[in-house]
Design a protein around this ligand. Structure first.
Ligand code: NAP
Length: 339
């Protein structure tokens, strides 16, 4: 059993719960940050392990937000910073999306430098939206070296631009911190595309899910007269994202960006798969033609054609799950949870 203690910010998150569950199963001790005691207690029940404790960090933007939490945990040697607003419904793009993402990263890193000098490794959950401007079609190869060239002005145009800007500026702030402050810890970054797959706990598969998981969940809420959804892009399974976080601190991959993409997907393709594999749902879902699936899947594949993430795949060394597996496991879990 490992005695390593890991701090995971944003412990209530879709991705974070998978990271924590996997970490505990590997014998690590985890301290998660949550916004309220109620959320912390709910997590304690879910993880049901002496190896999980929580600290309350009420706001990412409060000066010294993580200071007290780290002062209490001198045993922590790894910090995974996943907390960041994932919302496209915010009215105030600056205060609800951009500033919490950027300031949260700066506050976490400052706290580690000041109050967690024993912390050796930090992994930051950034995003593919920090690699490229997803609002424009790609025109050149995208690798772990690529950066979204967005500006503050562009980030204020709409919620998607704000989310993209928030992840880009937060990741830049992280790398700048290392250059300017020369802390003792090293940094590795994860840049996932759309994350799909089941919730860490079946109970969480009820109601409205987090933004990306709900893209699959929302297919089950369609009715036969609804249009076939047009969304297509790239996917990665949440369990692979969790494994990547852990591998990046277990092995010495400091200084790297890791572009996690398993390929192209389309929601039309997911709908076709659900109709095929869950025939009991056929009468409640819209029909989707082979031509429609082909059209949207081609769009997803075309996007992936610009991506070269060979360096990430070689570094991580495991095969990413197929989109069909993420969809199948998510749908089964949602159907079971809502029985
Ligand atoms: P999620 O389920 O919405 O989790 C977000 C986490 O951040 C939650 O713990 C949330 O706390 C916390 N958080 C959000 N805004 C906050 C704020 N203003 N102050 C304090 N805490 C705040 O989303 P997720 O999909 O797991 O995302 C986790 C990370 O992965 C994020 O950094 C996200 O940008 C990144 N990412 C996600 C995807 C994806 O497709 N899902 C893709 C690429 C990157 P509460 O539960 O209290 O709200």
């Amino acid at each position: 059993m490992s005695s390593t203690s890991i701090f995971v910010s944003g412990a209530t998150g879709y991705i974070a719960k998978h990271i924590i569950k996997l970490s505990i199963s590997k014998g690590y001790k985890v301290v998660g940050s949550v916004r309220t005691a109620e959320k912390g207690e709910a997590l304690k029940k879910q993880f049901n392990s002496d190896n999980f404790t929580y600290e309350i960090v009420t706001s990412l933007t409060n000066p010294g937000a993580f200071d007290e939490a780290l002062k209490k945990h001198p045993e922590v040697t790894v910090f995974l910073h996943t907390a960041s607003p994932v919302t496209f419904a915010a009215q105030d793009l600056e205060n609800d999306i951009l500033i919490p993402a950027i300031q949260g990263t700066k506050n976490a890193f400052s706290a580690i430098k000041k109050f967690g000098p024993q912390i050796e490794k930090v992994v930051l959950t950034s995003s593919y939206v920090a690699i490229t401007d997803v609002t424009e079609p790609a025109t050149h190869e995208l690798t772990e070296e690529s950066w979204n060239p967005t500006t503050w002005e562009k980030a204020l145009l709409n919620p998607m631009a704000a989310y993209s800007g928030s992840k880009t500026f937060a990741e830049k702030a992280a790398w700048d911190f290392l250059k300017e402050e020369s802390p003792k810890f090293t940094l590795a970054v994860i840049n996932p595309v759309y994350v799909f797959g089941p919730q860490a706990f079946d109970d969480d598969a009820k109601g409205t899910l987090n933004f990306t998981a709900e893209l699959i969940g929302s297919l089950l809420k369609l009715s036969p007269s609804d249009d076939v959804p047009e969304t297509s892009s790239q996917f990665i399974d949440v369990r692979d994202v969790a494994s990547a976080h852990i591998l990046l601190f277990e092995q010495d991959f400091s200084g790297t960006r890791n572009l996690l993409s398993g390929g192209g997907f389309s929601l039309a393709g997911a709908l076709g798969q659900i109709r095929r594999e869950f025939p009991e749902l056929q009468s409640t879902l819209p029909t989707v033609s082979a031509e429609e699936i082909e059209k949207y899947e081609t769009a997803g594949k075309t996007e992936f054609d610009f991506v070269n993430n060979e360096a990430t795949k070689k570094r991580l060394g495991f095969k990413f799950a197929a989109f069909e597996e993420s969809v199948r496991d998510s749908v089964k879990q949602i159907l079971d949870a809502n029985k």
